[in-house]
Design a protein around this ligand. Structure first.
Ligand code: HEM
Length: 535
C-alpha cells in the first residue's frame, strides 16, 4: 500500500494546492481587480468570486483531510489496524488538522460574504482568515524538518506558495469571469480593464514565485550536479520548463493589454487572449502537479550517494539503437520481482523488456506524429486516419506493458493494481484508446466540429500530468531517477502538445499554424524519447 499511498498523496496534495489557489487567488483577484472595478462590473462578479473562494477552501479541507487518512492507512498492520493514536501525536497530523480546520473557516466566511459581496470590510476579514490558512501550510513542507534556518525556509516556502496561489487562482477566477461574461454585456465590456488589472497582479505574483523559487532551489539543490543528477533537481527543471511555456503565453496577454491601453484596440483582448489564458491556466495546473511531486521527493542536497552524472542523464536521452526484440519471456518472468514489491529493483531481463516496450511504443508514436504532420500540411487524405495508430499502441500496451501481469504473466489483473506504475500503465492504455477513437472520429468521422474535438488536447494534458507524478520506487535510487528522466521529458512534451492542440482549435484559423507545429513536433519528440529509452 505504501507505493499507492505515496502516489495518491501527490495527487491529493496537488488538488489541495489547486484549492488553495482558488481560495487565496480569489481573494487577491477581488482586491486587485474586482473591488476597484465595482462601477463597470456588476456585484454578481464579486458574489461569484466569493463562491469560488468557498469552493477552493472546501477543496483544501476535503483533500487535506484525505491526505491525513492516507498515512495511517498505508501503515496499517497485518490485521489492517490503523496506528491512529501514534499518528495523531505527530507534527504532520497536528499541522494537517489545523490546515483543514482553517480551510473550513475560510469556506464558511466566504459563503457568508456572498450575501454582501460588495463589502470591503467583509473581504478584509476573509483575507485575514485566509492568511492564517496559507501560513499554516508552512508546517507541511520540507522546511519544518530542516536543522538550519527553519523559520527562514518556512517563510520563503510560504511566500512561494502564496505567490503561486495568487497567480494560478487569479487565472482561474479570470476565466470564470470571462465564461460568465458571455451572457453579461457589463462584464464583456469591462473585459480589457479586467485584463489590465489582472496582468499587473500576475506580473507581481510571478516575479515573487521566481525569486522565492530560486532561493529555495539554492538551498535545497545547491548546485548543477544535484540539479541534473537527482529526481528533486529534475522536477525543479521541469517546473522551470512549464513556467517558460506559461510565460510565453502570458507575454502575449501583456502585449494585448498594452495595445488596448495605447490605442483602445480591444480586438486581441476579445478574440485571442481568452484562449491564451485558458492555455496558460493549463500550464499552471501542470505546474502545481509538478510542485506536489517535487515536495514528495527528498531535497537534492540530502541525496549525495545516489546521484546520476550529467553524462548518464544525457545518455538516457541520447540517440541509440532501439531494442526491437523482446527478451525470452519465460526466463524474464521467472527472474522478475513482484510488481507490488515497493523495494524491488528490476533485473537485466526486466530492463530489456522495458526497453523493448518503450522503443516499440516510440516507433508507433513517431509514425503517428509524421502522419499528423502530413495530415496538417499536405494533401495526403489517408493521413487523417493517423489516430488509428494509437489503437495499435493501446493493444501493445495492454498485452505487453505489464509482462508479469495479465494476460501473459503470472500476476492477476486486479491483484497488482495497488502498484502505482501498474495502475498508471493500465490508465495510460485506457487513455490511449480514448484518444485514438475520439480523435479519429473527429478527423475522419462525424465528430468534427463537436465538443469532442477538445478530447485530444485534454487527454494529452492528463497523460502529461500522470507522467509528472510518476514514481518508480520509494527509494531515491540512481536507477529510479534515470527512468524518471525520460518520463519527466515525456510529461513536459505531452503538456506542450496539449497546449498546442488546444490553441490550434481555439484561436482563429489563420493563427493555428504555430500551435499545430508545436503539438505535432512535441508528439514527434515523445516518439524519439521513447525510441531511445534505455534503463
Ligand atoms: C523558477 C521557477 C521555480 C523554482 C526554481 C521553484 C522551486 C521550488 C522548490 C525548490 C520548491 C520546494 C520546496 C520544498 O521542498 O519544500 C517549490 C515548491 C513549490 N512550488 Fe515552486 N518553483 C518555481 C516556480 C513555481 C511556479 C511557477 C509555481 C506555481 C504555479 C510553483 C509552485 C510551487 C508550490 C505550490 C510549491 C509547494 C509545494 C508543496 O508544498 O507541496 N513554483 N518550488
Amino acid at each position: 500500500m505504501i507505493l499507492l499511498a505515496g502516489f495518491l498523496d501527490v495527487i491529493f496534495d496537488a488538488v489541495t494546492l489547486a484549492g488553495l489557489a482558488g481560495a487565496a487567488g480569489g481573494i487577491a483577484f477581488a482586491f486587485a481587480v474586482l473591488l476597484p472595478l465595482r462601477g463597470p462590473l456588476p456585484s454578481s462578479a464579486l458574489r461569484d468570486a466569493a463562491a469560488g473562494v468557498a469552493l477552493g477552501a472546501a477543496t483544501v479541507a476535503g483533500f487535506q483531510g484525505a491526505r491525513l487518512l492516507l498515512a495511517p492507512w498505508s501503515l496499517a498492520d497485518e490485521q489492517g489496524a490503523w496506528p491512529l493514536g501514534p499518528f495523531l501525536e505527530t507534527g504532520f497530523a497536528h499541522a494537517g488538522l489545523l490546515h483543514a480546520g482553517l480551510a473550513v473557516a475560510v469556506a464558511g466566511a466566504a459563503l457568508r460574504l456572498r450575501r454582501r459581496p460588495g463589502s470591503r470590510r467583509g473581504w478584509t476579514a476573509l483575507a485575514l482568515v485566509a492568511a492564517a490558512l496559507v501560513a499554516s501550510r508552512a508546517w507541511l513542507v520540507h522546511a519544518v524538518s530542516r536543522p538550519d534556518d527553519r523559520a527562514l525556509l518556512m517563510t520563503i516556502t510560504d511566500l512561494h506558495q502564496l505567490a503561486a496561489a495568487v497567480w494560478v487562482g487569479g487565472l482561474a477566477h479570470l476565466l470564470a469571469l470571462r465564461l460568465r461574461g458571455r451572457r453579461d454585456p457589463a462584464r464583456a465590456s469591462a473585459w480589457p480593464a479586467v485584463l489590465a488589472r489582472f496582468s499587473r497582479l500576475a506580473f507581481a505574483a510571478v516575479a515573487l514565485v521566481v525569486a522565492t523559487g530560486l532561493a529555495l532551489a539554492w538551498r535545497y539543490v545547491g548546485g548543477v550536479a544535484a540539479l541534473v543528477g537527482t529526481a528533486y533537481g529534475a522536477m525543479v527543471l521541469t517546473k522551470v520548463a512549464l513556467l517558460g511555456m506559461a510565460l510565453v503565453l502570458a507575454a502575449q496577454n501583456r502585449r494585448a493589454v498594452q495595445r488596448w491601453r495605447r490605442a483602445g484596440d480591444r480586438a486581441a483582448a476579445d478574440l485571442r487572449i481568452p484562449f491564451l489564458v485558458e492555455a496558460e491556466a493549463g500550464a499552471a495546473i501542470a505546474l502545481l502537479l509538478a510542485a506536489a511531486a517535487l515536495t514528495a521527493q527528498p531535497p537534492a542536497v540530502d541525496v549525495t550517494d545516489q546521484r546520476a552524472t550529467l553524462a548518464e542523464v544525457a545518455g538516457v536521452l541520447a540517440p541509440k539503437v532501439p531494442r526491437l526484440v523482446p527478451p525470452p519471456h519465460g526466463p524474464m518472468v521467472a527472474a522478475s520481482p513482484s510488481s507490488v514489491d515497493p523495494y524491488a529493483q528490476p533485473g537485466p531481463l526486466d530492463r530489456w523488456q522495458s526497453d523493448f516496450n518503450h522503443n516499440v511504443a516510440g516507433i508507433v508514436v513517431l509514425l503517428a506524429a509524421v502522419a499528423a504532420f502530413a495530415d496538417r500540411w499536405s494533401r495526403l487524405r489517408v493521413a487523417r486516419h493517423w489516430p488509428l495508430l494509437f489503437l495499435l499502441l493501446a493493444a501493445f500496451l495492454l498485452l505487453l506493458a505489464e509482462p508479469n501481469g495479465w494476460p501473459f504473466g503470472p500476476e492477476g489483473f486486479f491483484e497488482v493494481l495497488t502498484s502505482p506504475s501498474v495502475l498508471q500503465h493500465r490508465a495510460a492504455t485506457l487513455l490511449v484508446v480514448a484518444l485514438a477513437v475520439l480523435e479519429w472520429r473527429v478527423r475522419a468521422g462525424r465528430l468534427a466540429g463537436t465538443r469532442w474535438r477538445f478530447a485530444f488536447p485534454v487527454l494529452c494534458g492528463v497523460g502529461g500530468a500522470l507522467l509528472l507524478t510518476h514514481s518508480h520506487s520509494v527509494l531515491a535510487s540512481r536507477w529510479a531517477y534515470l527512468v524518471e528522466v525520460s518520463h519527466n521529458a515525456i510529461g513536459v512534451l505531452a503538456v506542450a502538445a496539449a497546449l498546442g492542440a488546444w490553441l490550434e482549435l481555439r484561436l482563429p484559423p489563420r493563427e493555428g499554424r504555430i500551435p499545430a507545429a508545436v503539438w505535432t513536433a512535441s508528439m514527434g519528440l515523445v516518439g524519439l524519447v521513447l525510441l531511445f529509452y534505455r534503463e
